[in-house]
Design a protein around this ligand. Structure first.
Ligand SMILES: Cc1cc2nc3c(=O)[nH]c(=O)nc-3n(C[C@H](O)[C@H](O)[C@H](O)COP(=O)(O)O)c2cc1C
Length: 263
């Protein structure tokens, strides 16, 4: 996955109705197998699965928001695991970006899908939950009215001054910061109802602290997505370091999550 994939990805809610096929399907399923062997930043394994609607699954419901989708991927994880939603976001976004690199369209759905039909299709187990799914396929066909309404604001992002800070959560970070390209990759991340809960504070040359201003559970997936973008962009720009949970205090309206410690 690359910064180019991050910049090219956008949510698509209208599909041609063709399932993913050929070399793209082979690469996608191989990558899903690889991801299923690995764990997220907080150590959780997420079960990712590719599914196509057929006579066994019936129609996989998306409440009319998505048009024409036949293939999907879904993420299941153990109930009540420590920081599981962050890891779901982190692992799922890798898959979304990989699909983008194959020229496939996606949109992460945390709310507007029928949990019943998807749970049956992936054989959800008693101790699992199903937080996210995404259609995956070829953009085309007609947009739904709801899709058009949601889409109209989707390119918008908060300005730098509301997301990235220097030393504390009140001082905006210079846009010529050495990590500017990495932070811009975070700014482009998708988030539930485009809430963009990520707040990142530069700690001199030592690293960057991640806080969440999110109010709902789904914002924890947004934080995992931000970590995914940060990691991909930092590696591509040649910055080394690792994610570590440090002793950081929560501040007003923002909850500390983790830090990228350079080294
Ligand atoms: C965790 C998460 C949950 C989302 N849930 C939904 C959803 O239920 N329905 C929907 O139409 N879009 C959903 N989205 C897509 C966002 O609305 C979209 O990413 C955001 O508006 C930014 O637009 P963009 O993806 O085109 O950049 C979700 C995105 C994320 C990251």
């Amino acid at each position: 996955m690359t910064i180019e994939n991050i910049m090219n990805r956008k949510s698509i809610r209208n599909y041609t109705g063709e399932p993913v096929h050929g070399a793209a399907l082979e690469k996608l399923t191989a990558f899903i197998n690889e991801l299923n062997e690995s764990a997220g930043i907080f150590g959780n394994k997420i079960r990712l699965q590719y599914i196509e609607s057929n006579s066994d699954t019936g129609k996989l419901g998306t409440y009319g928001v998505i048009k024409g989708a036949r293939s999907f991927f879904a993420a299941a994880c153990k109930k009540n695991a420590y920081y599981y939603m962050e890891d779901v976001g982190y692992q799922f976004e890798k898959l979304v970006l990989f699909a983008t690199g194959l020229g496939l369209a996606t949109v992460i759905l945390g709310g507007t899908f029928s949990r019943g039909s998807f749970s049956r299709a992936i054989g959800l187990k008693e101790d699992e939950i199903l937080p996210l799914v995404s259609p995956v396929g070829y953009a085309g066909g007609k947009k739904s009215l709801l899709g058009r309404m949601i889409k109209s604001k989707s390119g918008d992002r908060k300005p730098w001054s509301e997301l990235f800070f220097d030393g504390d959560l009140h001082t905006p970070l210079s846009e010529s910061d050495e990590f500017a390209a990495v932070l811009e990759a975070v700014r482009r991340a998708p988030s539930a109802i485009n809430a963009q809960p990520w707040r990142i504070v530069r700690d001199g040359g030592a690293g960057y602290h991640f806080y969440s201003a999110g109010k709902i559970e789904m914002n924890r997936a947004d934080m995992g997505i931000a970590l995914c973008h940060f990691e991909i962009a930092a590696a591509e720009k040649g910055f080394t370091g690792q994610f570590q949970v440090l002793e950081q205090n929560n501040v007003e309206n923002a909850k500390y999550l983790i830090s990228f410690v350079r080294g």
